[in-house]
Design a protein around this ligand. Structure first.
Ligand code: CP
Ligand code: NVA
Length: 304
């Protein structure tokens, strides 16, 4: 029994295997081939934060694979109404797999510690492994390779950036992170995020210069400046991050065949302009769609 709390829970070989599974599942699904490998299986999802993509992709994915997904909200009172241990034992007695979108990463590790069903991290304050898994499916579809590619992250060095760093390390991509100094990863964090699993080709650059990060980049990626849970910092963050907007001028400094990615939801006019997110080089909708297919690969891998 395996958990997927962080990308560091899987090896490079397992990462590539899940992507391969996802690719086949996507192809068969597009061809209308019926397949119910998860018939009779139940996914319990806990959401302590809002969601569109994560909720719909897991729920639709389980249904299409023959199983059932159910959504639980804050009313379960994780750690307040009941302990993580009691919730984990009860849920794993009825659900074959659990997905948790938590305010605090520790809640997910606590759940995983006591759960006898696999636990998937559906976003925490520090990581978003399902997003990075799906994004690597998208990047693989577009470029057909990982080694030799450069991903430029522009904005807050946040949960999505951390998971993309882990994915880059595992798949041998270069990643440049441009963030204001006080919102950048420090070397201790970097060490802790990336760990020991580094595939040849992986390089990381930390800078506060967005133009430097996007130079020669195949992928330009940004995310909101104010993540869920940070709403009280909105005013100061908007001011500090203003020079990190991905607009036409910044995007044109990347490779001419570069793609724009954003995990969504986006705050248009802040971290990205309409001109960039609506341009032909933007792949944000494919990226969102691939949450469905990549997570189906993950569910099948964890449950079979
Ligand atoms: N990208 C992502 O996780 O979207 P949601 O917050 O809508 O699930
Ligand atoms: N960094 C964002 C990602 C949302 C999918 C957040 O945590 O709110």
């Amino acid at each position: 029994m395996r958990h997927f709390v962080t990308l560091n829970d899987i090896t490079t070989e397992e990462f590539l295997h899940i992507l391969e599974l996802a690719k086949n599942i996507k192809r068969e699904f597009k061809q209308g081939m019926p397949s119910a490998p998860l018939a009779g299986k139940v996914l319990a999802m806990i959401f302590e934060k809002p969601s569109l993509r994560t909720r719909v992709s897991f729920e639709a994915g389980m249904f299409q694979l023959g199983g059932l997904a159910m959504s639980l909200g804050e009313e379960i009172g994780f750690g307040k109404r009941e302990t993580a241990k009691d919730i984990a034992q009860v849920l794993s007695s009825m659900a074959d797999i659990i997905m948790f979108r938590a305010l605090a990463h520790k809640s997910i590790t606590d759940l995983a510690q006591y759960s006898t069903s696999p636990v998937i991290n559906g976003l925490s304050d520090t990581e978003h492994p399902c997003q990075a898994l799906s994004d690597m499916m998208t990047i693989g579809e577009i470029f057909g390779q990982f080694q030799g590619l450069k991903l430029a992250w522009v904005g807050d060095a946040n949960n999505v950036a951390a998971s993309l760093l882990q994915a880059s390390a595992k798949l041998g991509m270069k990643m440049s992170v441009a963030a204001p100094k006080q919102f950048q990863f420090d070397s201790a964090q970097l060490e802790q995020i990336v760990g020991t699993s580094r595939t040849p080709g992986f390089e990381v650059e930390l800078t506060d210069d967005p133009a430097k990060a996007v130079r020669d980049a195949h992928v330009v990626y940004t995310d909101v400046w104010v993540s869920m849970g940070q709403e009280s910092e909105e005013a100061s963050r908007k001011e500090i991050f203003a020079p990190y907007q991905v607009n036409g001028e910044l995007f044109s400094a990347a490779r001419s065949d570069a793609v724009f990615l954003h995990c969504l939801p986006a705050r248009r006019g802040l971290e990205v302009t309409d001109a960039v997110i609506d341009s032909p080089q933007s792949q944000v909708v494919l990226q969102a769609e691939n949450r469905l297919h990549a997570q189906k690969g993950l569910l099948v891998w964890l449950l079979q």
